[in-house]
Design a protein around this ligand. Structure first.
Ligand SMILES: *Cc1c(COP(=O)(O)O)cnc(C)c1O
Ligand code: SF4
Length: 324
């Protein structure tokens, strides 16, 4: 019988679910040896992601994305609480604008899991029940905005009512032609993503719709993510993916090649490969720029151009992402 648990907040329950056989696996032992059972940025992993780990060809890679280790406690110069300059770019509560005529909404603090390398792991999220009205008020006085990005946290974790209110508040503003959603739910909680299907199906009649998923490893993609992407594509969404280049997760050409190809099989084009944002506690994921460029050069020889993501870094205060 299927377990009714949809997410693990206790590391011990999570490890028990993975089973003794699994945790005895030599490949995962390294991560387990460094476990931090009481992290500042609390552990959270969906059952779906735990199931992906169980059937992964490289379980240690996925585990490394989600399990806190004592390496996060290291204080490393240059790794800070607001690495990408979100706070100085705040325009109103929940609204960040860095780029000309395009705005990003921090629509919720909630995600389907807590990725250990998260760039907003130290972000001072406000509990904000009134985000739709705030966005609407702000857009009233900013009628040059043509693209609105729903980010977070994960916007697809909003309840159906709150998500609809937000979409409708944006739709009232004629200047906004493009609605973009940044989400990791197709691989973290495909079931929750599908709860929004009715609204997601309606939106392309009103906006040019872009969904940018966040997938870092080919083992994160399965038939459930395929179902989510397939339905969105059928409804007219443009599907792109961004990944973060992560030591011990995807810093080899075989993994990156497989990721691009599997994304494409599921109807998604690779968009960005991000160099790690320097948030406090993530330094152990860093891949240096030389290695990053070598990896991109290698996969460029293996893949068609449309499957090679752009290698970029976000630099606080710049007017766009910066090519590496
Ligand atoms: C990254 C980001 C965007 C999107 O940038 P693209 O290069 O268009 O993908 C928009 N707004 C903010 C605040 C961002 O950080
Ligand atoms: S899904 Fe994105 S915002 Fe949420 S914890 Fe992971 S990296 Fe951070």
């Amino acid at each position: 019988m299927e377990s009714p648990v949809t997410a693990f907040t206790q590391i011990s329950d999570f490890l028990e679910y993975l089973s003794d056989d699994f945790t005895a696996n030599e490949a995962v032992a390294g991560t387990l040896a460094g476990l931090d059972r009481n992290p500042k940025f609390p552990f959270l992993c969906s059952r779906h992601y735990a199931d992906l780990i169980k059937k992964a060809s490289e379980p240690a890679a996925l585990l490394h994305e989600i399990l806190p280790t004592t390496e996060e406690l290291a204080s490393v110069p240059g790794f800070v609480d607001d690495p990408v300059g979100d706070l100085p770019a705040g325009k109103a509560e929940s609204i960040i604008q860095k780029y000309d005529r395009r705005a990003l909404i921090v629509s919720t603090a909630t995600c389907g899991a807590r990725c250990r390398f998260c760039f907003r792991k130290n972000y001072p999220f406000q509990n904000n029940p009134d985000v739709a009205r705030q966005v609407s008020d702000w857009l009233d006085t900013h009628n040059d905005i043509w693209e609105v990005i729903l980010s977070g946290g994960d916007p697809l974790t909003l309840g159906p009512g709150a998500f609809r209110d937000l979409a409708e508040a944006i739709a009232m503003h004629g200047s906004v032609t493009t609605l973009r959603i940044h989400t990791r739910l197709p691989v973290m909680r495909p079931d929750v993503a599908m709860q929004h299907f009715e609204l997601l199906r309606e939106l392309p009649a009103r906006f040019d719709c872009v969904l940018v998923s966040h997938v870092d490893h080919p083992d994160e993609l399965d038939e459930e993510s395929q179902a989510v992407f397939g339905q969105l594509k059928y409804c007219g969404w443009t599907l792109l993916n961004q990944s973060v280049l992560l030591k011990g997760v995807n810093n080899n050409a075989d993994t990156l090649e497989k990721l691009s190809r599997r994304l494409f099989e599921q109807g998604v084009l690779p968009y960005y490969l991000h160099q790690l944002d320097h948030a406090n506690g993530v330094a152990h994921f860093e891949v240096n720029d030389d290695e990053a460029r070598r990896l991109i050069a290698e996969i460029r020889t293996r893949l068609p151009g449309y499957l090679v993501p752009k290698l970029v870094r976000e630099i606080a205060g710049e007017k766009s992402k910066t090519p590496v």
